[in-house]
Each structure stands twice: as C-alpha cells, then as structure tokens.
Design a protein around this ligand. Structure first.
Ligand SMILES: C[C@@H](N)C(=O)N[C@H](C)C(=O)O
Ligand code: ZN
Length: 203
C-alpha cells in the first residue's frame, strides 16, 4: 500500500502508525494488554487499538496472506505499545529478558525496532475454526518454555512454531529466542520510540 493508497482510502496515519485493520481487516485482533489476561493481570490499554508502523503492517499483511493459503490466520496479541506502558512493564519486571528496558530520556534516543515504535508484534496462528494452534507455551509465559529452542514442547508445537517463524522470516521479520510469539521488523533503519496514547486513534 503506497502513501497515495493511504490518502485515497482515508486511512488515519499518526507519526507513521496506522490501524492494522485498515491495512487488512481479516486479522484476528485480541490485544492482551487491553484485558486483564496478561502478566500484570491488569488492563494496561484503555482502548483495544491495534496500531502498527505502516511498513511493518504491510509485512504482516504479506505473512497473513501466506498463512491463509494453508487455512490459518494471524491472531495479534500486541503491536504498537506506548512508551509509558513499557515503563510500567519494566518497573514490574526489571532486568528481565522478557521486557525491553525503556530508553533514558529523551525517549527518541533509542531506535531499535520494537513495540514502542510500532515495529514489533506478538502473534500466534488460528485455524479455520478460530482455534489457536498448539504452540510451545501460552502468551507472556515468562519461563524457559517460551524459548524458541526449548526441547520442552510437543512435536506438534515444534512443527507449528517452526512454520510460524519460517513464514515471518520470509517476509522480513526477525525472531526473538526468549519469546516464540515476538517478532521485530528486520529493517536497518528503525524509527524513534513513541508515546502516543492509543485513545488518539479513536478520535
Ligand atoms: C512483554 C512481552 N510481551 C514483550 O513484548 N517483550 C519484549 C521483549 C518487549 O518488551 O519488547
Ligand atoms: Zn512482544
């Protein structure tokens, strides 16, 4: 989707972020941090808004098309995450491989691709009945079970996670060894971290 397409389709774009559903409305979007079903057991997002950097979203759309050829769909658990939420995560879980450390102020000082610039996603796959495929662990299971290289998984989970990673890598995402569900855009020139509240997308 080009900038012209975005303008013609009247897609809201804020600081390079767009709503994922505006790029492709066939994703299953179940944002865990808009519910209490997450590692903090607390609603962290006031609204269930799934925003993503446009170019990263376009890669995810490509991946979704490939999965659909086999009857699967991507379920999105998280995408763009405002920096103030990342800080709360880090306070609860400091110096852990499961939560990225927020950069020192100013927040634009760091440029690694991740949730805070809309360049990372937490996802799984569902089948034609909307049932999640078996994977090595549940979401935000902050244990060794979540490791991509863990031996502690069934053959079915191994097959599914390998397939998920193979397709995501083929469209330009990088995987993260400690969390099988976390993928970052593999581009070399990531953009600044953002702290745009999700509510802005609902205005
Ligand atoms: C908190 C977890 N879902 C996650 O996204 N972890 C990565 C490492 C992050 O905080 O960027
Ligand atoms: Zn993640």
């Amino acid at each position: 989707m080009t900038k012209k397409d975005i303008a013609e389709n009247n897609i809201k774009q804020i600081e390079g972020l767009v709503l994922l559903k505006d790029l492709d409305n066939s994703f299953i979007i179940e944002l865990k941090y808009a519910t209490k079903d997450n590692f903090l057991k607390k609603v962290m997002y006031p609204v269930p808004v799934c925003a993503i950097r446009r170019e990263t979203g376009e890669k995810l759309v490509k991946a979704n098309k490939i999965f659909k050829e086999r009857g699967y769909t991507i379920k999105v658990w998280d995408a763009y995450r405002p920096m103030h939420v990342q800080r709360e995560f880090y306070e609860a879980c400091p110096d852990s491989p499961y939560v990225a450390k927020p950069p020192e102020n100013p927040i634009a000082s760091g440029f690694r691709p991740r949730h805070n610039n809309g360049m990372a996603v937490d996802i799984t796959l569902v089948d034609e009945n909307g049932k999640e495929l078996e994977m090595p662990s549940g979401f935000d299971d902050f244990t060794e079970k979540a490791k991509v290289s863990s031996n502690n998984m069934t053959e079915e989970a191994r097959k599914n996670v390998n397939y998920l990673h193979e397709v995501m890598s083929s469209v330009g995402f990088r995987t993260y060894e400690n969390e099988w569900w976390h993928f970052v855009d593999g581009v070399e020139e990531p953009t600044p971290y953002l702290d745009i509240p999700l509510e802005i997308f609902t205005l």
